[in-house]
Design a protein around this ligand. Structure first.
Ligand SMILES: Cc1cc2nc3c(=O)[nH]c(=O)nc-3n(C[C@H](O)[C@H](O)[C@H](O)COP(=O)(O)O)c2cc1C
Length: 226
């Protein structure tokens, strides 16, 4: 007979991301898969564009890749602030843009102002992941700009560190948050082709680690309440 505690509530995770050309989307799907496998309740949510046209119509290949990605991710539900309120674990993802958070994701974060003002984000487990064009294109700076939000929200930041062998793989290695390198150009028909299997395994690991910490916190808090 199983001795598992079936009365224990399931950990809830919201994976909220913005992706212009598919790289962060691919990482987010791997995080979702890992969370489902770990038995969590999962909300995968995309942050939509808040401009209707391409940022750079003169970059025709980028614009085509951007349109291709928009079609590919259309079925993913869009994020709402309730997805943040609902979750025990919040994993944010977004591309590095000039070494910091992308504007659509920042806009979404600002919508959480009232929730934060009533203390609705405190004590949740949080972390972030990114993708940049270049290996030294500002991955750590982007993760730090995302994680800075978590300080304001009173989150418990759980970085991947180098706490597992997967973080030492050549295409990984950013202890601040899992990061992939997409290359110099977004090419239509070849979206996210440079996200490696090791990047996907790393974001899966980062997700499991957050869920483990959230589970330990919940057990500790429950024990303290007894
Ligand atoms: C406006 C803009 C700014 C960018 N700034 C940087 C940057 O500072 N460093 C870098 O390495 N890549 C930069 N990139 C490239 C993206 O970070 C990269 O293509 C990333 O993989 C995109 O992720 P996505 O496909 O999920 O949108 C920039 C892209 C755009 C559109």
């Amino acid at each position: 007979m199983s001795t598992a505690d079936t009365s224990a509530p399931t950990t809830k995770i919201s994976i909220v991301y913005y992706s212009g050309t598919g790289n962060v989307h691919k990482l987010a799907l791997a995080a979702e898969e890992a969370a489902v496998k770990a038995g969590a309740e999962v909300r995968l949510r995309r942050v939509p564009e808040y401009v209707e046209a391409s940022l750079a119509p003169e970059f025709t290949e980028w614009t085509e890749a951007w349109q291709e990605n928009a079609a590919a991710i259309a079925a993913v539900p869009t994020a709402s602030v309730d997805d943040l309120a609902w979750a025990d674990v919040i994993l944010l993802g977004g591309p590095g843009r000039f070494g910091m958070i992308a504007a659509p994701l920042k806009h979404f974060i600002e919508l959480a102002w009232p929730l934060n003002a009533r203390g609705g984000l405190q004590g949740k487990v949080m972390a972030s992941f990114t993708s940049t064009g270049a290996p030294h294109g500002g991955q750590e700076a982007t993760i730090l700009s995302l994680n800075a939000v978590f300080y304001h929200w009173g989150g418990i930041i759980v970085p991947p560190g180098v706490t597992d062998e997967i973080m030492t793989a050549p295409s990984n290695g950013n202890p601040y948050g899992v990061s992939s390198v997409s290359g110099r150009q977004a090419i239509p028909g070849r979206l996210a082709e440079n996200v490696t299997e090791d990047n996907l395994a790393a974001v899966a690991y980062q997700t499991r680690r957050m869920l483990d910490v959230a589970d330990a916190l919940r057990r500790g808090r429950t024990a303290a309440d007894r």
